[in-house]
Design a binder for this molecule. Structure first.
Ligand code: DC
Length: 241
């Protein structure tokens, strides 16, 4: 077999899809992997959260498809990099909503909103556009199964429920939001249930994905594992080309 010299290989950018349950470390891992590879990062959960915020602010009836479709036409979601925090922030119709969409009242409603077919069609189309040029890490629930079924690398993350709740509580505390563990566990169970049982692209593990249980892994270990898998995939693509 002929192996080309490394400098002769065209290392092409790939799409990395990270799916899994809420609060398993998807976003943190995805952000670091993207920074490590010089890729873009898209938090698709933030998009569903922004839609939820809009629906609540405008008292949209979730069960009325016409009202939902009309509202979607008035929603523009974008991400902007904040050079002070070095984080991407979510904007809804030009307004920075990054802090607001992480609050508990949004977490309590977002799974209902993200189960609406019209909402999913709209978000999936936008996400497909964002990843068209590859070189992207996207995290969510249906990235490897619905948004980019042809993604070169698919990761499915899971973790112990109590540890997920504890991590979420720490994240909220860091943002000065005090929420008790029981409320977080109930919210996670509720969202897991809706996310896995909804009709429209439910959360399922893609057959060709790598399963990572992050219960006893550090963030560095998670990032290293995904970066290694990505580099192996890019290298094997280059050899096969
Ligand atoms: O990742 P997150 O917890 O911020 O996501 C918020 C909600 O959005 C989650 O409960 C399920 C939904 N979601 C989805 O249905 N599909 C995605 N691709 C991303 C999130």
């Amino acid at each position: 077999m002929f192996y080309p010299e490394e400098e002769d290989m065209a290392v092409q950018k790939i799409i990395i899809a990270i799916d899994g349950y809420s609060s398993c470390g998807k976003s943190t891992t995805a952000k670091h992997v993207a920074a490590n590879l010089g890729y873009g990062y898209i938090d698709t959960g933030a998009m569903y959260r922004a839609v939820t915020l809009y629906f609540l602010e405008h008292s949209i009836t979730f069960t009325n498809p016409k009202e939902v479709e009309k509202a979607l036409q008035n929603i523009v979601i974008s991400f902007h990099h904040n050079s002070k925090t070095n984080e991407n922030e979510t904007f809804l119709n030009g307004v920075n909503v990054e802090k607001e969409i992480r609050k508990m009242y949004i977490s309590d409603q977002v799974s209902e909103v993200s189960a609406i077919a019209e909402v999913r069609h709209d978000m999936v189309a936008q996400q497909q556009k964002m990843g068209k040029r590859k070189g992207i890490v996207m995290d969510g629930r249906d990235i490897g199964t619905r948004v980019f079924p042809e993604a070169e690398l698919k990761i499915f993350m899971t973790a112990d429920l109590n540890l997920r709740a504890y991590r979420r509580q720490q994240e909220l505390l860091a943002k000065k939001q005090m929420v008790n563990l029981e409320e977080i566990i109930n919210n996670l169970l509720h969202r897991d249930h809706i996310d896995t049982t909804r009709k429209e692209s439910p959360l399922v593990q893609a057959e060709d994905s790598f399963l990572i249980d992050t219960s006893y892994m550090t963030v560095d270990e998670q990032v290293e594992m995904v970066v290694n898998l990505a580099q192996t995939r890019m290298l094997s693509n280059a050899v096969l080309d």
